[in-house]
Design a protein around this ligand. Structure first.
Ligand SMILES: CC(C)(COP(=O)(O)OP(=O)(O)OC[C@H]1O[C@@H](n2cnc3c(N)ncnc32)[C@H](O)[C@@H]1OP(=O)(O)O)[C@@H](O)C(=O)NCCC(=O)NCCS
Length: 186
């Protein structure tokens, strides 16, 4: 039987997952104005795979609608559990139900929350979601070689470097490697 038959999409899209200092919860329209500010911040954007400089609220609203209707994408807001403050986003994307694989992305957009373990807890929550709620077996991600903080955070939570895409990312007039990292369910 196809795995799709086991997933109650409406239910999983409404899930909140509590992990350490964070809760990951469904991203809403009300979050998007803040999301856009973060995505446009050069200090944040330099770590992301898209240039969001010209992104509008209308486009982002359209993207969220697409994500909410998608059977292969699951997007979350990350909140500080204690203060309930919205601090970032994460998502499970490109789910391949046959191979039980997906791709992961994260951004702690509020820089005051960097390096305080909020990212680590959100990564743990997303891994739980992918493995325990979606029954996937492998998570893949892409990270630039200059993003040592993210690389260390991913390694700490069990991701391993599987491939290096040599000099494929242009940033500040220099081509950088992209690391492809993966974690498998134990
Ligand atoms: C990458 C990111 C998710 C990490 O989350 P974080 O909350 O800032 O990091 P954490 O406090 O959880 O730290 C996790 C680990 O990263 C490493 N780390 C933290 N600060 C670091 C730094 N300045 N340099 C290198 N490694 C660092 C440490 O190994 C740390 O674990 P440890 O302190 O227990 O040893 C977050 O910083 C972020 O979203 N950054 C901007 C966007 C981004 O880079 N997204 C990822 C794109 S692939």
């Amino acid at each position: 039987m196809n795995i799709k038959n086991y997933i109650d999409y409406r239910a999983v899209k409404k899930l909140k997952i509590y992990e350490g200092k964070v809760v990951i919860r469904p991203l809403t329209k009300n979050d998007l104005a803040q999301t856009i500010k973060w995505l446009k911040d050069p200090e944040v954007n330099k770590f992301l795979t898209n240039d969001f400089n010209k992104l509008t609220l209308e486009q982002e609203t359209g993207w969220l609608k697409e994500m909410n209707g998608s059977l292969i994408d699951f997007v979350f807001a990350i909140d500080d559990k204690k203060s309930k403050k919205y601090i970032g986003n994460c998502g499970i994307h490109k789910v391949n139900w046959e191979n039980k694989t997906c791709e992961f992305g994260i951004v702690i957009g509020d820089k005051n929350y960097w390096e305080k373990k909020f990212g680590s807890d959100a990564i743990k929550a997303a891994i739980k979601f992918a493995f325990d709620k979606l029954n996937l077996l492998k998570i893949k991600l892409y990270v630039y070689e200059y993003n040592t903080r993210a690389i260390n955070a991913y390694k700490k939570h069990g991701f391993e470097v599987k491939e290096i895409l040599i000099k494929d990312h242009l940033y500040k007039n220099f081509y950088w490697n992209t690391l492809v990292m993966e974690i498998k369910k134990e």
